[in-house]
Design a protein around this ligand. Structure first.
Ligand SMILES: C[S@@+](CC[C@H](N)C(=O)[O-])C[C@H]1O[C@@H](n2cnc3c(N)ncnc32)[C@H](O)[C@@H]1O
Length: 259
């Protein structure tokens, strides 16, 4: 009998074409898929029709299935020798609590494997033609959570974060973007520094805007964006229009000429 195994799989930011080949193989062989809210329905469809699908989705500030129960569920499922895919948005080890689940599996001696996924930062930036690093504009990139456990204060090294040469990508930052932008400016970043805001990036519902650090909180609040939002703060955000592929630019010129 095949031994059960858990695959902690990154589903990427939404577009099914951004799944890795390995993630697709895991899904096609799954007996059970335990998935998060941010995993798109098109990706779930890739699992066999007979595979069980269990949603343990979490909404911001709302945890329908506590993490401890998810951990126990994975251990229980694998003990019945099933191939369990634990499917998470983006990459399982970037703000995905995949490491907590992996620790629990290791503690119980459960065989598991991590299948990385394209994280929201890479997927959303690429979809907007924005590089996360660029010679002369950004020598590095940092991924930052904009939301701390149980709404704790954002107790970060603001001096270290306020580096104009580093692209700062903020996940889960919508509720706190006013505070984050304010602290970054108070610690030296220019209010004119460009910010790319992406909502539902890489999906058919994707929306984006480019603004500045001083205006980002107001512009996002006025945007009507609904869905997960990512902030890319730094000079690279100004390349969103510069790097637009020429066929897209041509389409826009034609569309505006036609009125
Ligand atoms: C709990 S974190 C999970 C991150 C995920 N593990 C990853 O690697 O992308 C959820 C946050 O990721 C960001 N996010 C995930 N998918 C996104 C998308 N398609 N568009 C914009 N932001 C996204 C948002 O900031 C959202 O609040």
């Amino acid at each position: 009998m095949t031994q059960g195994r858990v695959y902690l799989v990154g589903a990427g930011p939404g577009d099914p074409d951004l799944l890795t080949v390995k993630a697709l193989r895991c899904l096609e062989n799954a007996d059970v898929v335990v998935y998060d809210r941010l995993v798109s329905p098109e990706i779930l469809e890739l699992a066999p029709v007979g595979a069980a699908r269990i949603c343990v989705g979490k909404k911001p500030a709302h945890h329908p299935v506590p993490q401890e129960e998810i951990n126990q569920l994975l251990v229980r499922l694998v003990k019945s020798n099933r191939q369990v895919v634990r499917l998470k948005g983006g990459d399982p080890f970037i703000f995905g609590r995949g490491s907590e689940e992996a620790m629990e599996l290791a503690r119980h001696g459960v065989p598991y494997e991590v299948v990385p996924g394209i994280t929201a930062a890479q997927g959303c930036a690429a979809a907007c033609n924005v590089p996360l690093t660029h010679r002369g504009l950004a020598t590095g990139v940092r991924y930052l959570t904009g939301h701390c456990r149980q709404d704790a204060d954002l107790d970060f090294d603001w001096d270290g974060l306020a580096d104009p040469d580093t692209t700062l990508v903020v996940y889960m930052g919508r509720a706190n973007i006013e505070e984050i932008a304010g602290k970054l400016m108070a610690h030296g970043l220019d209010g004119d520094l460009p910010v790319l805001v992406v909502c539902n990036g890489t999906t058919s519902r994707a929306r984006q805007l480019v603004t500045s650090l001083s205006r980002v909180a107001r512009d996002v609040s006025d945007s009507g964006f609904e869905g997960p939002v990512l902030f890319v703060i730094g000079h690279v955000a100004s390349l969103a229009s510069v790097m637009e592929p020429s066929d897209v630019t041509q389409e826009k010129i034609v569309a505006s000429a036609l009125g």
